[in-house]
Every structure is written in structure tokens, then in C-alpha cells.
Design a protein around this ligand. Structure first.
Ligand code: SF4
Length: 62
């Protein structure tokens, strides 16, 4: 899988932002996460964890 924002754990697809670090304070008193494109990338790329296997979870709690 390509190491790009669209595949990164820190990427929030619905808003197109990166949450690798806390938001940055702006002059108007707001704080914002950086906007990134799906095809962007950086050195802090993190793999999205695999989906939880519900069958294994049931076995572990039985
Ligand atoms: S690749 Fe970098 S910039 Fe892009 S979402 Fe991940 S941490 Fe953020």
C-alpha cells in the first residue's frame, strides 16, 4: 500500500486534515489541523491497523 495521506492512520478523510500533531493556534483564536491531500505524504506516515476480527474477539471474551 502506498505511503500517502489517504492511507495514513493520521488522516481524517471526511475533512481532509492530518491529526499527527495537535492543531496550530491561529490569530483569530481558533486552532486548526493542517489540510492535506490524499496524495500528499510525510515522514510520519502510520499504517492503519487491520480491522478487528469479531470472531477472535468473541472467543477471547468467552
Ligand atoms: S502522511 Fe503525514 S501528513 Fe499525511 S496524514 Fe500521515 S502523518 Fe499526516
Amino acid at each position: 500500500m502506498a505511503e500517502m495521506c489517504g492511507n495514513c492512520r493520521n488522516y481524517l478523510d471526511s475533512r481532509g486534515i492530518c491529526r499527527a500533531h495537535p492543531p496550530t493556534a491561529k490569530d483569530d483564536g481558533s486552532a486548526r489541523w493542517p489540510s492535506v491531500s490524499r496524495s500528499d505524504w510525510c515522514g510520519e506516515y502510520k499504517v492503519v491497523p487491520p480491522p478487528v476480527n469479531q470472531g477472535l474477539r468473541k472467543l477471547a471474551s468467552a
